[in-house]
Design a protein around this ligand. Structure first.
Ligand SMILES: CC(C)(COP(=O)(O)OP(=O)(O)OC[C@H]1O[C@@H](n2cnc3c(N)ncnc32)[C@H](O)[C@@H]1OP(=O)(O)O)[C@@H](O)C(=O)NCCC(=O)NCCS
Length: 167
């Protein structure tokens, strides 16, 4: 947890640099990890982190995945990120390969890896497609702002015009 606490800032910088279109900023929080680790202890699950640090011991790249004892044949691949100065050098591919080896040594029962990618994230799609990932299903994120909701409710609140169909 002490080491994780130090990593929340660098991991947040990486995840918040993910191409995802307009939306709220993303962040890593220690409390969320404390709660998640308690749950993993209860279930018997594991969080895998492959990480590269530079000569100043600062995070250059990270790859996260977790294995859930309730679905032992699956691996859930989460954030893979490389800081900007280190991109384009094959580090993401190397970390993903290291992750696969690591998980394979610990969980031979894993048959499938599940991940999700934004359609606009060309670099990670390029890596994942070459690894062999195929689209299973597409989820959309929908947004409704207050003005659009107000307009909708105002329209609904307008009384219907009286019938002119008099006999
Ligand atoms: C995605 C990310 C991890 C890639 O890191 P990286 O170390 O630069 O990746 P690699 O160098 O190992 O490989 C990138 C590959 O994508 C390819 N690529 C890059 N931009 C591309 C584009 N616009 N279209 C197609 N392919 C592209 C590169 O050519 C390279 O493949 P190659 O080495 O065979 O030429 C990095 O861009 C990043 O951290 N982004 C922010 C976080 C993020 O979005 N993570 C992914 C979601 S979990």
């Amino acid at each position: 947890m002490d080491r994780l606490a130090e990593l929340m800032g660098p991991f947040t910088a990486i995840v918040d640099d993910m191409p995802q279109g307009a939306g709220p900023s993303l962040r890593f929080e220690l409390q969320a990890h404390i709660t998640w680790y308690e749950e993993m202890d209860r279930i018997g699950s594991e969080h895998f982190v492959v990480m590269l640090v530079d000569g100043r011991n600062e995070v250059a790249a990270v790859c996260n995945a977790h294995w859930d004892a309730r679905f032992p044949d699956r691996l859930f691949q989460a954030l893979t990120g490389v800081t900007r100065p280190w991109r384009g050098k094959g580090l993401a591919k190397a970390m993903k390969a290291a992750m696969l080896e690591l998980v394979h040594t610990r969980h031979l029962e894993v048959q499938m890896i599940i991940t999700s990618n934004a359609e606009m994230n060309a670099p990670i799609l390029s890596i994942n497609q070459r690894l062999g990932f195929a689209v299973h299903r597409c989820n959309g994120q929908y947004q409704l702002d207050r003005q659009a909701l107000r307009d909708f409710l105002a329209f609904r609140a307008t009384p219907a015009s009286p019938s002119t169909n008099a006999h």
